[in-house]
Every structure is written in C-alpha cells, then in structure tokens.
Design a protein around this ligand. Structure first.
Ligand SMILES: [Zn+2]
Ligand SMILES: [Zn+2]
Length: 377
C-alpha cells in the first residue's frame, strides 16, 4: 500500500488498490489528458472536483463531483460545488456552457461555496443558459433549496446589475427543484439519464444522496452521511459508489488539535469513519468503492485503507482532486487527470442567444475622477 503517492507530492496514479476493475473496451493512457478522450456512447465519466474538507487547501478543494454522460447531448451534471472545486473544473476543459444542472446534497458551506462562482463569474465566462438546481426540501422553509437559490440570486444583485450592457445576463438565473428528504424518488429523467435522490442522515433534515443511471451503468454519491440503510438500498450492486469517509477519530483529533471527544462526535455522529465505510461497501457491493471527503495526508493513507479493509475486501479508491473514473459496461477505471493550472474557461454551445441590454448611464462623479489614460498614450 505504501507505494500510493498523493498527487500533490507528485503521484500520477489514482490512490487505488485496484485501479482497473473488469476489462476495459479500450486501452487508456495511464494519466488522463483533458480534452483528449471522447466519451463512449454508453460511458459515464466521473471526475472528482473536490475531495476535501471545509478548511479548503491547495491540495484538496471542498466537496464536488462532476458526471458526464456519452449521450448525444453530452449532458453534464455536477453534484455539490465546494470551495475551490471550479478551479479543477476549468482544468478539465469541460465547457462552462454545459454546467447548468446542479444537484446539491445539503447546504453546508463547504458543499455550496462555489455556487456563487457558478452563478456570477461563469456568466461572465460565457454561460448563457440559466441553471437548474436540485436539493432537499426542509422542515423549515428558510432551510430549503428554494430559499437558498432565491437568497443567492438576491445577494448577487450588484454583480448581475454590473453586467448590464457588457455581458448577456440570461445565465444569471436559477430554478430550484425540491427533492424529498424522507423518501427515495426519481427526481430527473431526460435524454436517457435518470437521477434518483435518497435520504441520508447528516446534521438536519434536508440532506440527501443521489444515484445516476445511464446506459446500464450507475453511480451513487453519498454526500455527507452517517452509514444509512436508504443509501445501501439505493446503491445495491451499483458500478461506482462514492461514499464519504472520515479519518478514524483518534487521527482526526490529532490532526485537527481537537479533544478526542469532539472528534468522536464529529466523525461518529455526523459522518462515516473509514471502518464504517467498509461496512457500507460490504453491504452495497459496488463494482468500485470510492472513499471521498477524506484528508489525503501522506503518512495517513495506509491507515485509512487499513481501517476500511477491516470490513471490506473489494476494489477501492481513495479520492483526491482530479481522480477520474471511466464507468463502462466492461470496466471501471480510476486514474488521475493532469491539468494545465492556468487553463481558462472553455466555451461550448448554448440554447440561449446572446443579447445585450443597453449600457446604463455612468455616475456623474466618474467624469471628474476618471484618468483619461487613452489620451495619454
Ligand atoms: Zn455536511
Ligand atoms: Zn461535508
């Protein structure tokens, strides 16, 4: 196990015990180069945009998972948008114009911080179409997805107004779709893709996980949760199960300088420690199990695997940022993508046509205060 080197220390392979499960239909390069590989018609490509925790680091953005499918529309789905995750999205060269279907597992800040970037900055980058956002209903209206989407749109009023006359604003709007927090339901069905939400146990009512089905393949994403039967039922026999996994409480306490009791409360009461993730994997029996939302710390990687392995012996990957899974009928393959860190936004087609409002008059005092630099060159 100790030959697993994290990407931030120069490792180029996924942190996987079995990086290839099954027999791939095509030979894939060891490292994924963005833009170099077409999706097969029956493929789901899953890219980890954020693998880390609320205290975002250079090595690990906060929670986010991208799923692309090989249908004619090349539909793109993003599940959670944690801090820093869209920097990884840019690196993958997936068009910003395609990022308009957002599924949120819950509204903890580390899972939604880059939603502001999506709704503000990605409009300036060229996204013309409005966004659809799915998320949990709540016992309290102000805790639900409708209130959240509305509040962010209002909070971005200055940002949106600032685009008038410069940038088409059709992409600056979102429609919220509530999903139930207490039952499993199909919440999206289009172009051969079905997405089912299921309840999970995390912090408050309103947290859910999602299962995406396409062309006979299935990927399940837990979001944040304690080990939960509804998830195991939804994930039964899936191809890829991405399940949150925390460091064992003793290591988490040491790492965070938390008292052990506090670490135990966080890890055991709101999340899933690695040994419990092993139990979930053993119950759900996915083709590939993926641990996610875990500190990928050199020196601790073996401990995470060993703890998980007390309960599960199947193929497993510890997700880091830009771990990519190719899910096809023949195989599930885990690799790392090598990205250009300065890659700007990539554009693709839009349904909406660009249209600009007239520029508003500028404030009077600007005339006196502005330096007329163009007459000085
Ligand atoms: Zn959370
Ligand atoms: Zn979280």
């Amino acid at each position: 196990m100790s030959d697993l080197i994290p990407a931030y220390l120069g490792g180029t392979a996924a942190l996987a015990t079995d990086a290839v499960v099954g027999t791939p239909e095509v030979d894939r390069p060891k490292v994924l180069t963005p833009g170099a590989e077409e999706l097969a018609a029956d493929e789901i490509r899953v890219s980890i945009l954020g693998s880390g925790l609320p205290w975002v680091t250079k090595a690990q953005a906060a929670g986010s998972v991208l799923m692309e499918v090989g249908n004619q529309q090349r539909d793109v789905f993003v599940f959670d948008l944690g801090s820093g995750s869209l920097a990884n999205f840019s690196g993958l060269q997936v068009p910003v114009t395609s990022l308009k279907k957002v599924f949120l597992t819950h509204l903890h800040a580390d899972h939604i911080a880059d939603y502001v970037t999506l709704m503000g900055s990605y409009v300036k980058a060229g996204r013309l179409d409005p966004v659809d956002v799915w998320g949990g209903r709540s016992d309290h209206q102000e805790h639900g997805i409708v209130a959240f989407v509305d509040a962010i749109e209002r909070a971005l009023a200055w940002d949106t107004a600032s685009m008038t006359g410069f940038v088409p604003k059709s992409g600056a709007h979102a429609t919220a779709h509530e999903v139930p927090y207490d039952s499993t339901e199909v919440v999206y069905e289009n172009n051969g893709v079905t997405i089912t939400s299921f309840p999970v146990i995390h912090a408050l009512n309103g947290a859910v996980g999602y299962r995406l089905d396409y062309a006979g393949q299935s990927v399940v994403f837990s979001g944040d949760t304690k080990p939960t039967r509804t998830l195991v039922e939804a994930a039964q026999g899936c191809d890829l199960l991405i399940h949150e996994t925390f460091l064992p409480p003793e290591i988490f306490a040491e790492l965070m300088s938390f008292p052990l009791e506090r670490a135990k409360a966080v890890v055991n009461e709101a999340h899933t420690p690695a040994n419990a993730a092993g139990i979930v994997f053993q119950m759900a029996e996915p083709r590939m199990a993926a641990m996610w939302h875990c500190h990928v710390l050199d020196g601790y990687i073996d401990s995470v695997f060993e703890s998980m392995r007390t309960n599960y012996a199947g193929p497993a990957t510890l997700c880091q940022d830009l771990t990519v899974f190719n899910v096809t009928p023949g195989a599930v393959v885990a690799r790392q993508a090598a990205v250009n860190l300065m890659q700007p936004a990539t554009l693709g087609p839009s349904d909406n046509k660009p249209s600009l409002d007239p520029r508003p008059p500028v404030p009077e005092w600007w005339a006196k205060a502005a330096i007329d630099w163009q007459s000085m060159i």
